[in-house]
Design a protein around this ligand. Sequence first.
Ligand SMILES: CC(C)(COP(=O)(O)OP(=O)(O)OC[C@H]1O[C@@H](n2cnc3c(N)ncnc32)[C@H](O)[C@@H]1OP(=O)(O)O)[C@@H](O)C(=O)NCCC(=O)NCCS
Length: 179
Amino acid sequence: MFLGTALLPYLSPIRRWSVATNAGTGQNLHSVKSAAQAMSIRSATVDDATVIGELITELGYPTTAEAMRARLKVLVADSNYVTLVAESENEVVGVIGGTTGHYYEKDGIYARLLVLSVSSRSRGSGIGAQLVAALERWASSRGAHDIIVNSAFHRTRAHAFYERLGYVGTGVRLVKTLA
Ligand SMILES: CC(C)(COP(=O)(O)OP(=O)(O)OC[C@H]1O[C@@H](n2cnc3c(N)ncnc32)[C@H](O)[C@@H]1OP(=O)(O)O)[C@@H](O)C(=O)NCCC(=O)NCCS
């Protein structure tokens, strides 16, 4: 099964990903492999803590392997969350995480893209778009109506990236740090 045509402009000819869906096992549901075996997407485990910590650090949030391991223990055990990693040549090169929740203002559930980071060495080759597509499939499989991402004002390239994937700016994020 090939991904929707909306994503194809982001793929080079060797990156026409086939999707290995297996609704019977949650672990394999998100597995995506390229025909060329160049990159695959799988569910993260706590053993990915070191490299995920590095990717979160690259995002601008310094994170030790130990801290990431503790966070992943909680996140991986929570079925409302999903954490996926992209692997190339047995090396994790990107991570995406998300969750679902219930709307107050209407029926149904939404999804949130909570974290996305591709290694600076691997950017610009479609990995980020494939991670977003995999998260969207997970969200759809949960019955989510919308998927929402917060992105800081300064991440202008990321905004362009999301807009190209169909995301539309609809509001402003306000944050207050609680003592
Ligand atoms: C944004 C990001 C996840 C995209 O992943 P990617 O694998 O590079 O994305 P793709 O190859 O699928 O798409 C490339 C597009 O991503 C966008 N992009 C954003 N930041 C980029 C970067 N530092 N390098 C390359 N492309 C970047 C551009 O729109 C680019 O399109 P272009 O090459 O025509 O300019 C990745 O660049 C990244 O990790 N950036 C830093 C962290 C970040 O901003 N995360 C999002 C937080 S909300």
